[in-house]
Design a protein around this ligand. Structure first.
Ligand SMILES: [Zn+2]
Length: 345
């Protein structure tokens, strides 16, 4: 903080008297900071509301998430009867051994409806988006047996699940109860994606990784009884003619999704495409939250500079989680001073 800034040499040429006067004005920063540090120490056990919020944000932003967007392209799919296609993020229930001729019982957390290829702009209904835990933890986490399940119903009732039951691309579980009957279904196990993504460096830089998956859609019978409770479903292959399976080429774009506030950080909107790889670590450090503080003093004619990391406050070294969080902290905690903020990239 300002303690060690006080020892920095001044760059302007001043007479000894002027230098002394200048240092006196700079001390205006040091006094309130001492008081602030005392208050901060007292508050360690019981942090103020803003500090608790910022701490939570930091924890949340470190929890990485992966966003998957599932879509189908006209160019790679020649089959005519692909839509409507339901896309579910599901996991087999652990306590069930599949019955003869049945798939495991899947519990799904989110269901989307696709009605067209990506090329056709029907806005909401050509993409299905899911958020899953970070791929690096997939092998060890509960998420390892997550699957993306694709269902196309061929029963008479298929027309009944329409726009009324969808908000955006999301389908209400109650609407899925009508899906009972003959269908085609296939699945993409998430851990297969995990192995393709594990060594993917560009994902960390905010890039989107495009994967392609071939899914075999098998004829089956969707059993409704489990839909009534707990958003569960199972597929039975006994009740249908087992011929006529077909393949879908599914595109999956994968993106890292941190906490909202981190992704809105001005440093994250910077494009890395024309940066030589050797300087990437430096850039990433910048992105991770270096902040330059310029302390103006002596009627704003002089300036001392300090750089902090992790969006930390230069007065009390509290980590603020984001540029916005730092702004809130400075204005509320150090309101004796006047602040100007700008982003320099
Ligand atoms: Zn502070």
């Amino acid at each position: 903080g300002p303690d060690h800034m006080c020892r920095q040499p001044s760059t302007l040429e001043l007479s000894p008297d002027e230098q002394l006067a200048a240092e006196e004005t700079f001390k205006l920063y040091c006094k309130p900071v001492e008081l602030c540090n005392v208050i901060q120490k007292r508050a360690l056990d019981n942090p103020a509301f803003l500090q608790r919020c910022l701490h939570y944000m930091i924890q949340a932003s470190r929890k990485k998430r992966i966003q998957l967007t599932v879509s189908l392209s006209r160019g790679t799919n020649t089959d005519h009867n692909i839509f409507p296609l339901y896309v579910l993020l599901a996991t087999p229930t652990s306590d069930s051994i599949p019955l003869e001729g049945h798939s495991p019982i899947y519990r799904f957390s989110r269901a989307c409806l696709l009605t067209s290829f990506t090329e056709f702009a029907s806005k909401d209904h050509n993409k299905a988006t899911f958020t899953i835990p970070d791929v690096k933890n997939i092998a060890t986490s509960r998420a390892c047996n997550l699957s993306i399940i694709l269902i196309r119903c061929v029963s008479d009732s298929e027309g009944q699940v329409g726009e009324n039951n969808c908000s955006g691309d999301h389908v209400e579980a109650s609407a899925l109860r009508k899906l009972e009957g003959k269908c085609f279904w296939g699945k993409i196990p998430i851990n297969l994606l995990g192995s393709s993504l594990e060594n993917c460096v560009t994902l960390n830089l905010g890039h989107t990784v495009e994967l392609a998956s071939t899914v075999t859609m098998n004829p089956s019978f969707l059993e409704p009884k489990f839909l009534e409770q707990d958003s569960c479903l199972t597929f039975c292959s006994h009740k249908v003619d087992a011929t006529g399976s077909y393949q879908l080429q599914v595109g999956i774009s994968v993106q890292e999704a941190g906490a909202r506030d981190m992704s809105e950080s001005p440093y994250n909107s910077y494009s890395y495409s024309d940066v030589p790889p050797s300087s990437l670590p430096h850039i990433i450090r910048l992105r991770a939250g270096n902040v330059i503080f310029n302390f103006k003093y002596y009627n704003n004619t002089m300036q001392k500079t300090e750089v902090t990391e992790d969006f930390a406050c230069a007065f009390c070294l509290v980590k603020c989680g984001s540029y916005k969080g730092l702004g809130c902290h400075l204005n509320s905690t150090h309101d004796l001073f006047h602040f100007e903020f700008w982003v320099d990239i």
